[in-house]
Design a protein around this ligand. Structure first.
Ligand SMILES: NC(=O)c1ccc[n+]([C@@H]2O[C@H](COP(=O)([O-])OP(=O)(O)OC[C@H]3O[C@@H](n4cnc5c(N)ncnc54)[C@H](OP(=O)(O)O)[C@@H]3O)[C@@H](O)[C@H]2O)c1
Length: 336
């Protein structure tokens, strides 16, 4: 069977790194976009996959570029001719999107249109996965499914709504195999340190080691549906292997509050969360999203995909990973 080629935007992020591992394991030739930085630190999540450009049988190719550069996107897609494209690139932090609304719209919203246009201009036969988000639903009460209306409550959510409808529009207008995965929160030891789950589990490791005493959080009443990122990237792939292009909810279907997550994470090392969590309004959003819980029935019935790791096991495995990382001397910065 000829080698399949995939392009991942956002390969240096949490999901991109797991997806690259997964696709390389399946024998794909994987291309990824890496933003130019003054340091090479941005590639730490994929350093273990790096292959020297002089190696024969190379399977991983990294291209310096940016999803805000339309010319670059057109040239890259024309040159690589991927059979599958996974658009994971985004300014993905909801709280930060309130401070950088214009930038977030440009990367997270317009970035998708640039990619879709590049696919259309190249005329290649490809399939595209768009990383959608449960933040589309905002204040709409859970459980949320594929027919739930959108009411995004942040510049990030609004940009993702633009990206979602752009993907649907290109599918309907140009007959592209382009699909949205409306993913609820998914976490891992590779989650960015400023996202609430990782912020908590890193802090637990540091407090347990006597390096810190408190972690400062925003809205601990927020209800979320947390799954395990390596499982979610397999759903992205299944969606591109389907007979028909279709949008799906990716979720566990199990709700928990930030408080629940903190309680389990601290209890895992014998600590009481109430003695170590302090509320700092700085971390609250101007408009909160109170409760997100997905209904994953459609993807289970249609593609057989199911999230298996539940939020409390996830909290424990992330704490264990942060303790191991600290003990290995890999993680020296204080909690953000
Ligand atoms: N994780 C979740 O719970 C979740 C839930 C729903 C939807 N999503 C969406 O799923 C996707 C993957 O999430 P994630 O958790 O892996 O996010 P992440 O860790 O923040 O990764 C984002 C990726 O996008 C890249 N990126 C940012 N701006 C870019 C630009 N201008 N040009 C090219 N690349 C750019 C980042 O590069 P650098 O490494 O250089 O910053 C990084 O590789 C995102 O679109 C996110 O919004 C995630």
């Amino acid at each position: 069977m000829p080698t399949r080629t995939a392009l991942i935007t956002g390969i240096t992020g949490q999901d991109g790194s797991y997806l690259a591992e997964f696709l390389l394991g399946k024998g794909y030739e994987v291309h990824g976009i890496v933003r130019r930085s003054s340091q090479i630190a941005s590639t730490t999540r994929i350093d273990h996959l790096y292959q020297d450009p002089h190696e024969s049988n190379r399977k991983l190719y990294l291209h310096h570029g940016d999803i805000t550069d339309a010319g670059f996107m057109v040239n890259l897609i024309r040159d690589v001719q991927p059979q599958e494209i996974y658009n994971l690139a985004a300014q993905s932090h909801v709280r930060v999107s309130f401070d950088l609304p214009d930038y977030t719209a440009n990367v997270t919203g317009l970035g998708t249109i640039r990619l879709l246009e590049a696919v259309r201009a190249s005329g290649i036969d490809t399939r595209l996965y768009q990383a959608g988000s449960s933040e589309l639903f905002g204040t709409i009460e859970p459980p949320q499914d594929e027919n739930t209306p959108f009411h995004p409550r942040s510049p990030y959510g609004v940009a993702k709504a633009f990206a979602h409808w752009s993907t649907v529009n290109y599918r309907e207008s140009y007959d592209l195999f382009a699909v949205n995965g409306i993913a609820f929160n998914h976490e891992s030891p590779r989650r960015g340190e400023t996202f609430v789950t990782r912020k908590i589990t890193r802090a637990v490791a540091r407090i347990h080691a006597g390096l810190e005493q408190f972690v400062y959080l925003g809205n601990v009443d927020a209800v979320r549906d947390w799954g395990y990122a390596p499982e979610y990237v397999t759903a992205f792939w299944h969606m591109l292997q389907a007979d028909e292009p279709r949008d799906y909810i990716l979720a566990t279907g199990v709700p928990a509050t930030v408080r629940d997550f903190a309680e389990v994470a601290f209890r895992h090392v014998g600590l009481d969360w109430r003695e170590h969590v302090q509320i700092d309004k700085r971390y609250e959003r101007p408009a909160e999203v109170p409760a997100l819980t997905g209904d994953p029935s459609r993807i289970k019935a249609g593609l057989g995909w199911e999230a298996t790791t539940k939020w409390d096991d996830l909290a424990r495995l992330m704490v264990d990973a942060d303790i191991a990382s600290l003990q290995a001397g890999n993680d020296l910065r204080s909690t953000p």
